[in-house]
Design a protein around this ligand. Sequence first.
Ligand code: HEM
Length: 482
Amino acid sequence: MAKDRALENSDRGLRTWIRERLAMGNLDYQVPGYANTLAFSLGGVTLISFLILVISGIILAQFYKPDPAAANGSLRMLMTQINMGNILRGVHFWAAQVAMVTLILHLLRVFIYGSYKRPREINWLIGVGLFFGMIGLYYTGTVLKWDQEALEALAHTKEVAELAGVFGLFFTDKFAQGAHLLTRMYSIHISLLPLLVVGLLTIHLLLVKGLKISPLPWDNVSSGDNQSFSQHLVNLSGYGFILLGVITILAVLLPPELGPVPVEGIEATKPPWLFLGIFSIENWTGLQGLIWASVLLALGLVAVPFIDRAATNNIKQRKPIVGAGILIVIFALALTVNGYVAEPEQHLDMGEEVEQVNTDLDNQSPASEDSAEKTAEEEIDSVLAPEIKKLNNALVVMEEIEKAVKANDFHEAVEKAGELDEILDAINAQIAAKDKERAADLKEHVHELVEILEKPQPDLEEVNDLIVHTEESVEKAVSLFE
Ligand code: HEM
């Protein structure tokens, strides 16, 4: 009994010692009871996701090589060779998804509750800066994995930057000649944007404290009993642990994909969910629409506190602006769903060559059919021949695998199978653009073949069956480009 009390006293003594040294008493100021509801904790949850992103990002950076020749491979190495590397990458990926969802929900909460009103207008504007800073982080992160989706995202950046003239100079190759844009995207992702976001966040949180939490936006509500902010932080850490658990489970069960090394000159992918809405607009209007939609969104968000200036934040008295906001959200969701179901399209110059060839073929007149067909086919050949060449190369390597297997030289066979995997990885995106199932089939066959050949005693019958299937798959892939 006396021992227990002594332990309790020493525990309390240690806690007081730490509280004093870290001036934690300063966190004991009062906040309204509703600050602990989920609606008012969304900013805090975004902050926790951001912290998870920073920590997992620092570890990821130890393995990542920000060079077009090595970037994709360095991530593949992390995923396959490093202990828990796949989970680490998954945690970073899922924390980014959660952060973007809670960030958007936080923005909507602040908007619907009218929490941007006097005296919080500047904090809203800082929030708008944070919103675009976080989108920038998400976007540059997508580019870093350097697969087909990443290359196409970067190609969009370059084209938009060209269209934006002097304002876009920073995002062109001209800005820092000799440095590949991917390498610069990396430095933006790990230094410039995090610094910007942390700076804005510091002011944002100081203003939340200085201006106090906004009132609830309905009549006759009691705000509940006040609570100390340190208790709010304890509750928030609870949300934080749940969040970390969910993110880790997602990372294990649904690890993010990594496409093969990209191929220049084609557009075969769609952007991640966050940009599907704007992708829909781009499908209808081209790149100009993408720029105008982004500018409009930014101006619209900046304008909010200056349009809705009445003193009240009561929802009932703000029906027009809240209604307009809800309509915009529904429109954005509809655009996102439309982008989700749409097929990848050619938007950039790099795609025009292929499109032009198709248009030529469609428009040829019967009289000039023969000659037109010939030139168009020649053009197609000049655009698409690399795929066929690579696939033929794959067939040659397959023959070498067969020979090695026949000679019982499995070491050579494994090496050749790895070579085959690399060749096919490099054109998987083009095959997928024409026939997703074929691409997936081919990938599966090759991976199975590599796996079986790597076994200490490969089953010969199984190996030969797989070689035949893989050859058939490659031949069918060739026919896609003929
Ligand atoms: C990294 C992104 C962000 C983080 C970590 C963050 C964090 C927070 C936190 C912790 C609060 C305290 C109350 C709450 O959670 O609701 C808050 C309040 C606030 N945030 Fe954010 N925020 C972010 C982005 C934004 C954005 C995009 C906007 C709007 C455009 C915004 C506008 C505001 C405003 C006006 C308040 C005061 C709300 C009130 O007093 O009720 N924030 N933010």
